[in-house]
Structure formats: structure tokens, C-alpha cells
Design a protein. Structure first.
Length: 268
């Protein structure tokens, strides 16, 4: 066995020997078996249990020389793997996206509450996570009378802790830590430098304009349309009829996963 492997094994043995694992394992087992209401009722309890694991690990290793392996043991990836191992959750046997999202958000909450105790706090007893108001909502919408649009955004300076819904946790964590993503933007057209969202909006605008020109028999019509564009419109029509429902269904029912790498079903 190499020294590197020995260090990894020692770290794993230490994590598994922590007394705070008992409480974490118990609540994780409950979460793994439950499929509804987890975000509001169970997540804060898991977050508090993970927080205790982090604190115990820090206390147990505080007199040791801190290495990359020591530090990584209480970072997101390692904590997620540790949590999964406690309840024998194996992704290869079937992915439970609700459980994975629950655990990851609990880890985010636990880490930020340890590193930023004045900004993030966990109330396991009342199943609530509190975040400093200006961290949770950096800007407030202010109503303006007599102004076109009627609203403006102003910086939120409120330092009080407020209860938040679990979706805020992702944003708070990303604001505090670098969260790399291997996804590359694929929505830009190399020639136009427009995103698909922008292209769709521009296409509809131009399509409506050409429709009016066609109806009014305006000579400007020929500036926009030729045989090739007519053929392209025909292809769009055929593709749209077949694929719109698929695109709409995916948009309504799926969201990007916690690591920003793939789509998973939205948690109700």
C-alpha cells in the first residue's frame, strides 16, 4: 500500500469513527426512504447533523498538520460521498435525484453555517434555515410613483436573519465559494453571437413583420424573403410541430442538477 493510499484510508477510517455520524446516519436513512416534504421538514435537520460532523472532525484533527486530504474530507464532494456511504446509497443502482438534492443543499447549509455563523444559522428543532437578509436577497424592489415602469432595485442593507426557502441555499453557497462547472455555454451562435433566447425573440419579431408585409403586398417583402428562406421556414414548421411539445415538457419538468452538469426532474 502506498503512502497516499494509506492517508486516504486513514481519513476514511477517521470519518467513519466520528460519534456524530450516528445522528447523521439516522436522519439520512429517514430522508432516503421519504419522497415528499423533505425540503422543508428534513433538510434543516440533515444540515444540522452534517454541521456537527464537520465540527467534530475539525476538533479531532485540530492538533494535526493540515494537509489537502484533511481539508478535502469536509468539503462538498467528500461530505456527499460520506453521507451516501452511511446509508449505502449507490447511484449505480438507481439515482434518487430528490435525495441527492436534499443532501447537497444540507451540505451547503452546514458548510456556510460553520464558516459564516453570523450569516447562516440552522434551527433543527423548528426545521428552519436562517440567512442574513442582504445575503439572501441582495436587492429589494422599490415602488416608484409617477415613473415609467414603476419599480427600481435598491441594495438590501438589512443584516437581520430571515427564514429562507431551500432554493435560496444554492445561491448563498455559490456567492461564498467558487463552484466550478464543466458545462460550456452551447446557446451562442458563432456568427451572430446571439443566444438562442435572443434568436427566438428576434425571429418572432421579424416573422411578424414579414407576415404584415405579405398581407399588405408591400414591396419591401422581397428584401427579406427568397426561395432558400421559404424552404427554411418550411423546415422550421415541420420541426416545430414535432418538437415543441418535447421542448416545452422538458422545460416544465426538468432543471439543472446541483453540479450544473445535467438535467434532472424538478422536485415538487
Amino acid at each position: 500500500m502506498t503512502k497516499e493510499n494509506k492517508k486516504v484510508e486513514d481519513k476514511q477510517d477517521l470519518m467513519m469513527s466520528l460519534k456524530s455520524n450516528d445522528a447523521l446516519q439516522k436522519i439520512l436513512s429517514s430522508a432516503l426512504k421519504t419522497t415528499t416534504g423533505l425540503e422543508n421538514s428534513v433538510l434543516p435537520k440533515i444540515a444540522d447533523a452534517i454541521k456537527n460532523v464537520i465540527l467534530e472532525y475539525k476538533k479531532t484533527t485540530e492538533k494535526q498538520t493540515q494537509t489537502d486530504q484533511t481539508i478535502k474530507a469536509i468539503q462538498t464532494k467528500a461530505l456527499r460521498e460520506h453521507a451516501y456511504s452511511l446509508v449505502n446509497y449507490d447511484r449505480k443502482q438507481g439515482i434518487n435525484s430528490s435525495f441527492e438534492t436534499l443532501v447537497t443543499r444540507a451540505i451547503y447549509s452546514a458548510i456556510t453555517s460553520v464558516d459564516y455563523p453570523n450569516e447562516v444559522q440552522i434551527d433543527a428543532k423548528n426545521s428552519t434555515i436562517f440567512v442574513m437578509s442582504k445575503i439572501a436577497v441582495p436587492f429589494k424592489v422599490q415602488q416608484l410613483k409617477g415613473v415609467k415602469g414603476g419599480t427600481t432595485k435598491v441594495p438590501n442593507t438589512d443584516t437581520n436573519l430571515v427564514p429562507v426557502h431551500t432554493g435560496i441555499i444554492d445561491k448563498v453557497y455559490r456567492s461564498k465559494y467558487a463552484v466550478p462547472s464543466r458545462r460550456r455555454a452551447k446557446t451562442k451562435d458563432a456568427k451572430t453571437e446571439l443566444t438562442f433566447k435572443e434568436l427566438a425573440k428576434e425571429f418572432l419579431k421579424m416573422f411578424n413583420k414579414i407576415s404584415v408585409l405579405a398581407k399588405t403586398k408591400n414591396g419591401e417583402f422581397v428584401d427579406y424573403i427568397d426561395e432558400k428562406s421559404i424552404e427554411t421556414l418550411g423546415n422550421i414548421k415541420a420541426s416545430f410541430d414535432a418538437e415543441y411539445n418535447n421542448i416545452r415538457n422538458t422545460y416544465d419538468k426538468y432543471e439543472i442538477d446541483i453540479d450544473g452538469e445535467k438535467l434532472v426532474k424538478k422536485v415538487a
